[in-house]
Design a protein around this ligand. Structure first.
Ligand code: AHR
Length: 311
């Protein structure tokens, strides 16, 4: 075992010998589908045997998948945790079995010694960038905001809300007048935006903050059906940078997005390969970048480029 490190697997396996279980949340968004594609590609490229389990948005399915991976004696586990809490027991079981767990794209509320590392963006920062974009765009004018939250209890929903609220705090012209979950899906984004438009009146909504692009794309449809111009009558800022939001931005129907790379697996598998090769313990957090795109970017070019990236 690695001196001074976690009591995980003995460091002997070569990359091509590795068997890794991947518990994926589901396929709620374009970004999620891309992450799945990229993870499979990254494993194949390295000759890793990847065992894939789709949890269909249910934590209980993820816990079952983890227990199955443990029973099969995989070398390591990749976990994209649907919600933040409720992981301690199964992570303890993985640790007892000396199987390192790497978190992908979302964090958990569990002791840090229960996982090897987490590959995620700074989720609070993403919310702050979105909020700051709106602060700048509103330029002191009164602006009532509606918010589409991600999956309730998930770390991106919690952190992106926190960051956004931090950024608009102290700007009395900005107020969140409605906030509800759209579960990170296009269909719920549309349904919830329809209810916002009905409750508040489209002419009273200045901006939409959506915790992901898919919900924003659904909301764009609802705004159009209400006879309003998304991107003009209602400004839209969201997160992920999926191809469809860039197409919407190229058409002037959305205003800003913050990029989340779907390639969480590259850094995760690099860390695991090094760990198994020479025992190097990675930092607890491997942070991916967050880049803001606005209408000043060539969004049609970004759309074309992104379409080839597994989305
Ligand atoms: O955890 C990352 C988030 O999950 C993405 O922003 C969203 O699209 C996905 O469903």
């Amino acid at each position: 075992l690695i001196a001074g490190a976690m009591a995980f697997a003995p460091v002997t396996a070569m990359a091509a010998d590795l068997t890794i279980g991947f518990s994926q949340i589901g396929s709620e968004s374009g970004w999620r589908a891309a992450e799945t594609t990229v993870t499979k590609q990254e494993a194949e490229k390295r000759g890793i045997d990847l065992k894939f389990a789709d949890a269909q948005q249910k934590q209980e399915n993820q816990i079952k998948a983890l227990r199955s991976f443990i029973a099969q004696g995989v070398d390591a586990i990749l976990l994209a945790p649907v919600v933040a809490t409720g992981w301690d027991d199964v992570l303890e079981e993985a640790k007892d079995a000396e199987i390192p767990v790497v978190l992908l794209d979302r964090t958990v509320d569990a002791p840090e010694d229960l996982y090897l590392t987490a590959v995620t963006s700074d989720l609070v920062h993403e919310g702050r960038v979105a909020g700051q974009w709106l602060v700048d765009d509103a330029a002191g004018e009164k602006c009532d905001i509606v918010e589409l939250q991600g999956t309730t209890g998930s770390s991106p929903a919690i952190d992106r809300k926190t960051g956004f609220e931090e950024a608009i705090a102290g700007h009395d012209n900005l107020e969140i007048v409605r906030s509800q979950t759209g579960d990170f899906t296009r269909s719920q984004g549309k349904v919830v935006m329809e209810s916002f438009l009905k409750a508040v009146g489209g002419e009273n909504i200045c901006a939409l903050y959506a915790h992901n692009d898919d919900m924003a794309v659904g909301a764009i449809q609802a705004i159009k059906e209400a006879g309003l111009k998304p991107g003009e009558d209602i400004k839209i800022v969201s997160i992920d940078s999926v191809p469809d939001i860039h197409l919407a931005m190229a058409n002037g129907e959305a205003n800003a997005t913050i990029e989340l790379t779907p390639n969480m697996a590259g850094p995760a598998l690099d860390a695991l390969e090094t760990y198994f090769a020479d025992g190097t313990v990675p930092p607890k957090w491997i942070q991916t970048e967050s880049k803001l795109y606005t209408l000043e970017d060539d969004n049609m070019a970004v759309y074309e480029m992104k379409k080839d990236l597994g989305y």
